[in-house]
Design a protein around this ligand. Structure first.
Ligand SMILES: Cc1cc2nc3c(=O)[nH]c(=O)nc-3n(C[C@H](O)[C@H](O)[C@H](O)COP(=O)(O)OP(=O)(O)OC[C@H]3O[C@@H](n4cnc5c(N)ncnc54)[C@H](O)[C@@H]3O)c2cc1C
Length: 372
């Protein structure tokens, strides 16, 4: 690759944008295909904690450390645990952690602001990526087709690039999440419950969760184990039906907890799914994956975005190394190995939060973490 290769990145999430930034810094411009029509098209979701050795490292390499710290909220790393009666079992203010929170929207803005004009092709949905007989990689969008030398699937759970590399598909993990929005000013009871970061109220196989975001927003989740057919039904139901389902699931819990299900603004229903733990693929020159497209997992290890950013750093380094696809193939093994460890932690975290033993496993987990 003597001249700069033509690089297409499918997906303008944190992983895809980070890769575009790092390649730009290395003098290798890339094109990002993003299906959203523009940056403010949809709320980007809740708060993310970025870890020093993965997410923060990638931002450092991209020259974005100062921008990150300008938006980060180191004060919001606390944890609280309640049982269904509302008894506070654990309360930790989060001192000593080095994983500051940042709103997903702020992270996306930092990354977008760092890119050259025209890097992101908004409103462009990729329907397929495939090899061409002449050896190039073709990206097919709803607006046409174009040839590239390298195509990176950074397009999340439903990746259009992954099928070229692997037969694996995300599987439902048995837990459904109803997303709820609160304002600290108007929902004082949630503001009190959440403390200085996030709170879990945990019963048998169900949990109410709230997490402080920037600008006085608090994002909540009512989550419980349920069979796939019922979860699919819930996803399609009206707001009234979803609210009725939550009231039934959390019946008997303390009113100040169940008020979350009554008063929260319904933001959506999501079935948690994951790729098999240890997902990997045989390297295929021209096509690769990063982030959720490569290793979707439930959010219970708090690693997803950190892995996506770290993957971007590894791939950018490999692509800029001048060592051809061998370096990319090596990066892919690093990406898969790192994700395997996180996916094991994530699966364990899900079992801990949604256990037939109620809050006890979670309490044990918190105590071990603080003691450790
Ligand atoms: C409820 C919840 C809470 C979470 N909390 C945390 C947390 O606290 N910490 C953490 O580290 N992680 C967390 N995660 C995980 C984290 O959100 C993901 O791991 C991370 O967003 C992955 O980034 P990505 O860039 O790989 O993919 P994504 O963020 O999924 O971005 C993919 C992008 O590709 C675009 N796209 C998709 N298909 C196409 C297409 N065909 N054509 C063009 N564009 C396309 C999408 O619009 C999107 O912009 C959480 C996830 C959930 C669901």
């Amino acid at each position: 690759m003597a001249t700069s290769p033509r690089i297409a990145i499918i997906g303008g999430g944190p992983g895809g944008l980070m890769l575009a930034r790092l390649l730009q810094v290395a003098g290798m411009p890339a094109t990002v295909f993003e299906r959203d029509p523009h940056a403010a098209h949809r709320p980007q979701g809740g708060s993310l904690d970025l870890h020093v050795e993965t997410g923060q490292r990638a931002l450092r390499l991209g020259g974005l450390e100062a921008a990150f710290h300008a938006h980060a909220r180191p004060e919001d790393q606390g944890d609280r645990l309640y049982d269904p009666s509302g008894a506070l079992l654990f309360d930790h203010a989060g001192d000593g952690f080095e994983r500051p929170e940042i709103d997903r929207t702020a992270l996306r803005t930092i990354l977008l602001d760092s890119l050259d004009e025209g890097t992101v092709r908004w409103g462009t949905r990729v329907t397929e990526a495939r090899p061409r007989p002449d050896g190039a990689c073709e990206v097919i969008t709803d607006g046409g087709a174009a040839a590239y030398d390298i195509v990176v699937g950074a397009d999340g759970a439903g990746s259009r690039v992954r099928p070229l590399l692997s037969d694996a598909a995300p599987l439902y993990e048995g837990v459904v999440f109803v997303e709820l929005g609160f304002e600290a000013q108007t929902h004082r009871f949630v503001d009190d419950l959440v403390g200085t970061g996030k709170m879990f109220a945990v019963g048998d196989n169900r949990a109410l969760i709230a997490q402080r975001n920037g600008h006085g927003h608090i994002r909540g989740y009512a989550a419980w184990r349920t069979p796939e057919a019922q979860a699919r039904t819930l996803v399609q139901q009206s707001a009234e039906q979803v609210r009725a389902a939550m009231l039934e699931v959390f019946d008997g819990w303390a009113p100040r907890l169940t008020d979350m299900t009554r008063q929260g603004t319904l933001l959506g229903v999501r079935m948690l799914s994951a790729l098999p733990i240890g997902h990997s693929w045989t390297s295929r020159p021209g096509f690769t994956l990063l982030g959720d497209a490569a290793h979707l997992m439930s959010p219970f290890a708090g690693e997803g975005v950190n892995l996506a950013l770290a993957d971007a750093a590894d791939l950018a380094e490999a692509l800029a190394s001048g060592q051809g696809w061998t370096a990319v193939a090596h990066a892919e093994t690093v990406i898969a190995a790192r994700a395997k460890v996180a996916a094991e932690g994530s699966a364990e975290g899900l079992r801990t939060a949604f256990s037939p033993d109620g809050a006890a496993p979670m309490l044990q987990h918190y105590r071990a973490r603080i003691a450790g």
